[in-house]
Write a protein that binds this ligand. Structure first.
Ligand code: FES
Length: 123
């Protein structure tokens, strides 16, 4: 039985190559292009996704590290055709700038709000 990872609510087989980053797995294997490759070295945050609700930089993570975990990318935030409130807020308040980093900013903001609720804000 192949190792799997949950991506936006769907079980996916992990890549056979353990060197594949989570970002490349999302973008190149699953064709989920929301998380962006900016710096590809952990400096910009454009690749931020949520793993079990916590924000991570997917360019610095190997997909196989997250076997059995639940990853949410920007594509998985809307529920039943309704945008996540933070997605809607970015629209309402014209928070896009050029838009390239917006998916990472939204995922990071959701993770940060969760950290504040739990009293464990990260830097
Ligand atoms: S692409 Fe810049 S932090 Fe991941």
């Amino acid at each position: 039985m192949p190792a799997t990872i949950n991506i936006n609510g769907l079980q996916q087989a992990l890549p056979a190559d353990p060197r594949v980053s989570l970002l490349d797995f999302l973008r190149e294997h699953l064709h989920l292009s929301g998380a962006k490759k900016g710096c590809n070295q952990g400096a910009c945050g454009a690749c931020t996704v949520l793993v079990d609700g916590e924000r991570i930089l997917s360019c610095l993570a190997l997909a196989v590290q997250y076997e059995g975990r639940a990853v949410t990318s920007i594509e998985g935030l809307a529920q039943d055709g309704q945008l996540h409130p933070l997605q809607q807020s970015f629209i309402d308040h014209d928070g896009f700038q050029c838009g390239y980093c917006t998916p990472g900013q939204i995922c990071s903001a959701i993770g940060m709000a969760s950290e504040l609720q739990r009293g464990v804000p990260a830097m």
